[in-house]
Structures are given as structure tokens and as C-alpha cells.
Design a protein around this ligand. Structure first.
Ligand SMILES: [Zn+2]
Length: 384
């Protein structure tokens, strides 16, 4: 006979119970109820054995629901299994660039999801899949004209995954909208119904939560605050317009501003020897912290421009808080101080001093996976 072993969480029993009766395969015995993490019940030959143990981390997962979060980037695709509290307990990753079309990519993605699920104890239950991808259309479930992805004008990723995995809850959105839901479910927005998340990376993304829900707009692409006009007839933006906020407030924008400051200060800077491709926002941040005038003014200008635009965003949705996420945000007060100051200076009297500007509470390493998986929990929450 095969030996049997299973675990019961002690919280499943009444706090006041003194004895637990276990009946298994025709055998029966009473065991004293002792406060502990888990009751382990095992059968060895004709004996029934019970003891109280602290569960190892992997076995703690035995009774969990989880959602799969997928972050599709131009270079890598990252997957993770995430519980309701935002613990990412399994990871998987493969190169997006290894696949030249949507069909071959989907085959790889399905295998990757299968591999991820195979690592999870069978008693756990997957409740759905969330996908964050550039130009992800929430309503249609399609990735449309995504730059850096060879998927063509419309790739029906949600439908393809539903055909294979059959989950009711499969959602797609762009990365910044997913980040906003990540903040809502696991981060600093847990108890807020009105907030904005601004993600600073190569570009500037944003997700807007209003009345506890993600603002999607007519076609699912609402929340493109990176492309509001911050400087009329200003710098050319990647989108083709001029003067977009993203052209100034992003890792790339910070570099462009620094080069302008180099010119203003006649090339006097501790990092003036670096070329444009050698520079990055972190190098400029370090120089600013070391007292470099051109670098300090770069961050001052960046924060001031961001704060002024945030004051306009506040007029639109009156958030309780605005969360900033991404590499340049790690510079701390270097960017937060001028941003808060400019927000306050440009706020309508009725809004002055009422909107907090805070760092995101999502861990940078798993933020994209968390954001994607949050779409699943958010949908389940709205159903309840
Ligand atoms: Zn733009």
C-alpha cells in the first residue's frame, strides 16, 4: 500500500478544540489539538501518525489560489505565479526576440505557461491570466501595432490563450495600466479609489484609477499622459508630436535636458566627458548628488515640469495620490522635491496641498508581473 501524507492548516479547526479525531483508510484515532502551524497526518503501514509542524515555504502554498502575470517586452517575456497578497512564488522567462511571428511566439508562451504551472503544487488553483504588453487593447484582447514586437497590426492573444487554457479570467492591457492595477491590488493604492501611477523609464507611462476602477477610455488606451503637451513646439517626441511630457520627463528626457545644461554651463560638469550613449539617468543622478551643478539643475527642471503637468492631471480626476515608479524615481528627493513644489505652485486653490506624490510601493523587480496578475484579482473583486 502507498504511504499517504497530507497537511491540514491548524486554523481550519476551532481555537477551542481539545482533540481532533482522524479517520483514514478504516483507521481512527484521537490526537490532542496543539496550537501550531499545520497538522501533518501520515499513514505508515497500519499506523496513523499525527504531529504538528511548521510548514516549509513550498508546502505553505498547498491551499492557495494564484494568478499568472505575464510581462511581454520587446526583448524578454517574463511570467510569474502570484497569490492574492502579491507574493510571486514561481518565475519563468524566455526571449521574445527568439520568435519571428505571432504563431511561433504563442507556441513558446503556451509551453512557458505550462512549465510554470507544472512547478506549482497541484492543490493550488490558477484563477486566470493577466498580460501586460505594449499597445495591449483591454477590450479586444489584442496587441495592436506594438513597436518592437513582430505581431502585425492585431494579435489576438487573449482569445488564443483562452482556447488553450480555458480560464474565464484572461486580461490584457498596456504596461502602465497594469502597473496602476498592481498599485491598487498590492501597493500603496490598496485603500484608495482615486489615484494616478506614472511610470518613468525610456518613456513616461500612466494609469489612472477613478472610483476604484481603471480608466480605460473608448478603446482601452486611455491614460497616455506622457503625450500631453508640456512645452508648446518643444522637443520632438517618439510619437511624432512636439513637446510631449515624455520627451522631458523620462530617462531619455533627463539625458536630453542634461545636454542642454552642459551647453548652458559651457561644458563644465564632472561627467562632461561622457557621450550621449554612455550617459544615463543614474549617472546624472549620482553626479547631482555629488554636487554637479548641471546635473542638479537637470533634475530640478525635470521635477518642475512633471509637477506642473501633475497639477493639470489633478484638475481632471482629483486623485488622492500620485505614485511615481521607475529608475529616475530612485533618485528620491532629487526628483520628488521639485515635483511636489511645482505641483503645489500650479495647483488650483481648491486642490492645493491635498494630493500626495509618493514612490510606488511595488518592488521594481516584479512590478510588471504583479501589475499583469493584478488585472485578474481586480476583475474577481469587481464581480464579488
Ligand atoms: Zn509624444
Amino acid at each position: 500500500m502507498r504511504n499517504l501524507e497530507f497537511y491540514l492548516p491548524i486554523c481550519a479547526f476551532s481555537q477551542n478544540c481539545l482533540k481532533i479525531r482522524i479517520r483514514l483508510a478504516g483507521m481512527e484515532n484521537y490526537f490532542p489539538a496543539k496550537k501550531g502551524s499545520f497538522l501533518r497526518v501520515s499513514q505508515k503501514k497500519n499506523f496513523l501518525i499525527c504531529d504538528f509542524i511548521k510548514m516549509p515555504h513550498t508546502k505553505m502554498r498547498l491551499f492557495m489560489n494564484y494568478a499568472i502575470g505575464i510581462d511581454i517586452g520587446g526583448t524578454n517575456t517574463k511570467l510569474g505565479a502570484v497569490d492574492e497578497k502579491g507574493n510571486v512564488f514561481e518565475h519563468h522567462e524566455f526571449k521574445t526576440t527568439d520568435y519571428g511571428d505571432f504563431a511561433s511566439y504563442m507556441h513558446a508562451l503556451e509551453l512557458a505557461i505550462g512549465e510554470l504551472c507544472a512547478k506549482i503544487p497541484s492543490a493550488d488553483k490558477c484563477v486566470g491570466i493577466g498580460i501586460g504588453a505594449p499597445n495591449g487593447n483591454y477590450y479586444k484582447g489584442t496587441i495592436e501595432f506594438a513597436p518592437n514586437l513582430p505581431f502585425g497590426e492585431s494579435a489576438p492573444i487573449v482569445e488564443a490563450l483562452r482556447m488553450v487554457f480555458g480560464y474565464k479570467h484572461i486580461y490584457l492591457s498596456n504596461d502602465a495600466n497594469a502597473a496602476a492595477l498592481g498599485e491598487k491590488i498590492y501597493g500603496g493604492g490598496r485603500n484608495l479609489d482615486h489615484f494616478i501611477v506614472i511610470t518613468l523609464g525610456t518613456g513616461l507611462g500612466s494609469g489612472i484609477i477613478v472610483d476604484g476602477k481603471l480608466l480605460l477610455g473608448a478603446d482601452g488606451f486611455a491614460g497616455e499622459l506622457g503625450h500631453v503637451c508640456a512645452v508648446p513646439n518643444g522637443r520632438v517626441c517618439g510619437c511624432g508630436k512636439r513637446g510631449c511630457l515624455e520627451a522631458y520627463v523620462s530617462a531619455t528626457g533627463i539625458k536630453r535636458t542634461f545636454l542642454e545644461m552642459l551647453s548652458k554651463y559651457n561644458g563644465v560638469s564632472s561627467i562632461s566627458n561622457l557621450t550621449y550613449s554612455e550617459l544615463d539617468a543614474k549617472i546624472i543622478e549620482d553626479a547631482a548628488k555629488a554636487g554637479d551643478i548641471a546635473a542638479k539643475e537637470t533634475y530640478e527642471i525635470t521635477g518642475a515640469l512633471l509637477g506642473r503637468c501633475l497639477a493639470d492631471f489633478v484638475c481632471f480626476s482629483r486623485p488622492s495620490a500620485i505614485f511615481l515608479f521607475g529608475g529616475p524615481v530612485k533618485s528620491g528627493e532629487l526628483i520628488f522635491a521639485p515635483t511636489r513644489r511645482a505641483l503645489d505652485e500650479n495647483s488650483m486653490p481648491v486642490f492645493k496641498g491635498k494630493v500626495k506624490v509618493l514612490p510606488s510601493e511595488l518592488p521594481a523587480s516584479d512590478a510588471a508581473i504583479l501589475g499583469a496578475s493584478a488585472m485578474v484579482w481586480h476583475a474577481i473583486e469587481l464581480e464579488a
